[in-house]
Design a protein around this ligand. Structure first.
Ligand SMILES: [Zn+2]
Length: 418
């Protein structure tokens, strides 16, 4: 294995430096996509990449590609990427860590004068968070052919400003059509956004795939009535049904645990008055499991439970499946390259499935891809207190560096040692 290693201090300095753009008083980030602060972070990233000899192109949904030439530029690029945008009260690491670890890999190669065989690209995907413009991961979605550029550019924020108009305003409406951009491989580092690595004290998560998701909207119709004068046996209480469905979601997830998870996160009651029996309840259910068969079972069990609750509570209940994302596996070759890199570097590691969605999930539809997770303190994310240590970020960046060198070596059929 090559002796090349990233610089912990330089990587941490770049985290500190970029967290000026959209800093919140409590130490978090508010860098909504295509805001003025997003422009400043993008400008900083582009300048830093040009400083190490990259050419920078921007596509027509604002994705930024910083390309470092290789010895053989007819080869497909090996890419590293993530996102610079944040939630309105987000942290300094979600997404940003992946882009800056990619930059640190470029700087390390540049500092060592190491010329790869294949060109290298570091990518910033626009609007991963989906907070200002829905849906989430829209620009990696265009890259992967899931949405058209026209669709993405026409999406409006709450103030009626379009994605395309805001791209133009901040100077990042590129001319290259998004997509049709083949990659030899794509690696994305991200904080775990969950507690497993932190609780175990494990340094690296080798991400083998992403969970499947089933989302439901459930409407319970009961009968509103007086809280004082309606006997219990005559009630059609929509809230009671809602509570029992919530209990069912929880017990179904536990029965398919530890990998299965289930959440009722949104409830609306009508009329929502303290002395009226609720006549209607609207709730959402979010079921996730890495195994497609188990996920379908969870869905079927939820529908059966809803049927029972309707009978027990004398209500009628309508269930609508509004999102159905099958579980996905990352490319076995890329995953084993990541695992080999971690083992070669001597970091503690475990395999993980991703709970959240990431740009890599879409990119994986058009290129061999894998992900690297690093711990975040107490699993906290989408929170101003989000934190990852310099040591863990250094480890993650070293894993990216060596996964890339290994891929580069395999592509050429030779060793990657300098
Ligand atoms: Zn993210």
């Amino acid at each position: 294995m090559s002796e090349l290693r990233v610089s912990r201090e330089r990587l941490w300095d770049s985290i500190v430096e970029t967290s000026k753009f959209g800093a919140t008083p409590a130490g978090g980030m508010n860098r909504l996509t295509l805001s003025d602060d997003d422009k400043l972070a993008r400008d900083w990233f582009v300048a830093a990449c040009r400083d190490v000899g990259c050419t920078v192109t921007v596509d027509d949904v604002g994705n930024i590609f910083a390309r470092r030439p290789g010895r053989d530029n007819s080869r497909l690029p090996i890419a590293i990427g993530s996102h610079l945008d944040t939630q309105p009260m987000g942290g300094r690491f979600d997404g940003v860590a992946g882009v800056l670890c990619g930059l640190e890999v470029l700087r390390t190669l540049d500092g060592a004068g190491h010329m790869t065989e294949s060109p290298i690209e570091v990518i910033n995907w626009t609007n991963e968070e989906g907070s200002r413009f829905a849906p989430t991961m829209i620009a990696s979605g265009v890259f992967a052919g899931i949405y058209t550029s026209e669709f993405a550019r026409g999406v409006k924020d709450r103030d009626g400003k379009t994605f395309g108009g805001e791209l133009e305003r901040i100077g990042y409406l590129g001319t290259t059509p998004a997509g049709n951009h083949p990659l030899d491989a794509y690696f994305e580092l991200h904080i775990e956004q969950g507690p497993i690595l932190y609780d175990e004290g494990t340094t690296i998560g080798v991400v083998t795939g992403a969970q499947g998701q089933l989302w439901y909207e459930i409407t319970v119709t009961g009968r509103a009535g007086h809280a004082g004068s309606t006997p219990m046996h005559l009630r059609k209480d929509a809230m009671l049904a809602c509570a029992r469905i919530t209990e069912a979601v929880n017990s179904i997830a536990k029965a398919h645990g530890p990998a299965g998870v289930g959440t009722v996160g949104l409830v609306e009651l009508k009329p929502n008055s303290r002395n009226v029996i609720p006549g209607e309840a609207f709730l959402t259910a979010d079921l996730r499991h890495p195994d497609g068969g188990r996920l379908r079972s969870m869905g079927a069990e939820l529908e059966a439970a809803v049927g029972r609750v309707a009978v027990e509570t004398d209500t009628s209940i309508e269930v609508r499946n509004v999102f159905d994302l099958p579980p996905m596996q990352f490319d076995a070759g890329c995953v084993s390259i990541v695992r080999d890199a971690v083992e070669g570097l001597g970091y503690s590691h475990r395999d993980l499935f991703s709970g959240p969605g990431h740009d890599a999930v879409y990119v994986a539809r058009v290129a061999p891809a894998a992900m690297v997770f690093v711990p975040c303190e107490r699993g906290l994310s989408h929170n101003e207190a989000e934190y990852a240590t310099p040591e863990d970020l250094e480890a993650g960046a070293n894993v990216l560096l060596h996964a890339l060198l290994e891929r580069d070596g395999r592509a050429t059929g030779g060793g990657a040692d300098v």
